[in-house]
Ligand binder design. Structure first.
Ligand SMILES: *Cc1c(COP(=O)(O)O)cnc(C)c1O
Length: 234
């Protein structure tokens, strides 16, 4: 099976997941995580209908976006201060902001390029030491801080679930959705109105994520890797 078949099957399954839980299929964006593949595979993916792509390194983000500027590019990787201007130039949405010291830098870079940078706050819901992100208890404070920077617009939350256990992953997604709803209550009207995205779910657990309200799923191996085998889903 090639990319096209895998992509079409994924989009159809995502729509079925939405319908099964009473959601509009248009409420979920499939981001094809192209970090392990080259430009030829991205071209093939675009041909197959993919339009949103995720990259975790500024250099590959820059190279692929320069080649395919019509697509929507997401930055999902670790943020280094000195690369923030590059990320701002190339990313429609940054999924992985969690350090307060990066906020003024995003604001300045976005102001300089005449844009407002859409970002998600990465949350370490599971508390695993190997994962980065804000503790759930830090999210409200971070939102309050971000409100002081007019060129940074927080669109929602992102998390990575523990791998290999669908039940734990699902609980983690449910926690992130609850946190989004809770902290939104404390936002002023303008901030609240745009704070609705939940970026959660990867190759192994995106079905569970959609069931818990994901608006963006980030799928790499299940789209690009011939050898990937999908685990069973509840
Ligand atoms: C690599 C990556 C993904 C995609 O992971 P797969 O398991 O290959 O689907 C999603 N999100 C982030 C942040 C990643 O780094």
């Amino acid at each position: 099976m090639g990319f096209k078949e895998r992509y079409e099957r994924t989009v159809a399954e995502a729509a079925a997941c939405c319908e099964a839980c009473g959601r509009d299929p248009k409420s979920v964006v499939v981001v094809a995580v192209s970090k392990t593949v080259g430009a030829d595979e991205v071209a093939e993916a675009i041909e197959a209908g993919a339009h949103d792509f995720g990259e975790n390194r500024p250099d590959s983000l820059e190279g692929k976006r320069a080649r395919f500027p019509q697509q929507t590019w997401h930055f999902i990787g670790n943020i280094q201060s000195r690369r923030i201007p590059d990320i701002v130039r190339d990313a429609a949405l940054v999924h992985s902001l969690y350090q307060q010291r990066h906020v003024p830098k995003f604001d300045a870079a976005a102001a300089a390029s005449g844009k407002v940078q859409d970002v998600l706050l990465e949350v370490n819901v599971s508390g695993e030491a190997s994962k980065s992100g804000l503790a759930p208890s830090e999210v409200a404070g971070m939102l309050e801080y971000c409100a002081g920077f007019p060129h940074v617009r927080v669109r929602g939350l992102m998390t990575m679930a523990p791998q290999g256990d669908a039940q734990r992953a699902r609980a983690c997604f449910a926690d992130l959705a609850r946190l989004r709803d809770e902290v939104r209550l404390g936002l002023d009207g303008e901030q609240a109105a745009v704070f609705d995205e939940l970026s959660m779910g990867m190759s192994e657990d995106w079905h569970e994520a959609i069931a818990e309200g994901a608006t963006i799923v980030r799928i790499g191996r299940a789209l690009f890797d011939d050898a990937f085998e999908s685990p069973a889903h509840a």
